[in-house]
Design a protein around this ligand. Structure first.
Ligand SMILES: [Fe+2]
Length: 306
């Protein structure tokens, strides 16, 4: 699956800083990601994602990872370095350990094609502003890490690179969430617990990895237009995103939802249906930086440093 990204990268190079995509003209765009990454190889790893303890009915499974993605020629956003250093300090890291995650240190991966660099960050807790998630509020949520064999892979970095190259930002923190929602014959699964919503990002990417034993009208992605911070009833997107497809949307201009999951065939897969997705969301200060200190059980940077 090696090969160049399916995007016009002529405006991107290692020699000059990117010019950000004009978001005032952007609603959503779907792309066939299977042209440049093999999502089938990631599918088995969704079986090992533990249940999300913060969803009461137990139909969601989630693991996460944090990255910083910055263009080599763009000046670092100081507030990002300061934010990372602060949370690293709160997590009990020494300054020497913390510095390894700042823009002054070498990146984990660099793209020769686009000029973007990626730093693989510690396992920060998710601490979302109450403004955007009334269900989970400002609670600190701890999630385990996405399997390292995925986050260390070339395909994974190409996905981050593609997200950055599509929006052409200068510097951002990217939260990656691997998420499964399941259903049984006597229990539906809810991809969006809170109904139509926004997450407080500027833009979001969703890559569908697998749909297994769910009906064709399950997990339909729907967007309605925003009107100055309020949801409208103007439906602008209403389709199933197939496995291998990636969709980007403007989280300021549309509200998103995924319809409930229902089992297609009760005799298959023990009567269980699943939908596996990857959510990518870039964060640039001062907007929504939902990063909390690394939970103690994930404070393994001492070994990682050797
Ligand atoms: Fe969302």
């Amino acid at each position: 699956m090696a090969g160049r990204l399916p995007i016009d990268t002529s405006s991107l190079s290692q020699d000059h800083a990117p010019v950000e995509l004009d978001l005032s003209k952007f609603l959503y765009e779907a792309i066939d990601a299977s042209k440049f990454i093999d999502v089938n190889r990631w599918s088995p790893f969704f079986d090992e994602i533990p249940v999300d303890p913060y969803v009461r009915d137990g139909y969601r499974y989630k693991s996460i990872a944090w990255f910083r993605v910055k263009h080599a020629m763009a000046a670092p956003i100081n507030a990002i370095d300061e934010h990372i250093a602060t949370v690293n300090g709160l997590s009990g890291m020494s300054s020497a350990q913390s510095n390894r995650y700042l823009s002054i240190s070498p990146a984990s991966w660099q793209s020769d094609e686009t000029g973007y660099s990626c730093w693989n960050l510690p396992q920060y807790a998710l601490q979302q502003s109450i403004k955007y998630n009334p269900v989970h509020g400002d609670m600190r949520r701890e999630y385990p890490r996405i399997n390292n064999s995925i986050t260390d892979s070339l395909d994974f970095y190409k996905l981050l690179d593609y997200y950055a190259a599509f929006f052409r930002w200068s510097d951002a923190i990217v939260l990656v969430q691997f998420q499964r929602v399941d259903c049984f014959t006597d229990r539906v699964g809810l991809p969006a617990v809170e109904g139509f919503h926004q997450d407080g990002n500027r833009h979001v990417g969703m890559l569908v990895v697998d749909r297994n034993n769910i009906t064709d009208d399950s997990g339909v992605s729907q967007y309605v237009m925003d009107d100055q911070g309020k949801k409208t009833d103007t439906l602008v997107f209403n389709s199933v995103i197939s496995p291998g497809q990636l969709i980007f949307w403007n989280d300021k201009r549309v509200w998103h939802y995924g319809t409930e999951l229902k089992v297609a065939d009760s005799r298959v897969n023990g009567g269980r249906g699943t939908r596996d997705i990857i959510i990518l969301s870039a964060k640039t200060p001062p907007a929504n930086m939902p990063i909390g200190p690394v939970p103690e059980r994930f404070r393994d940077w001492g070994q990682a440093a050797t």
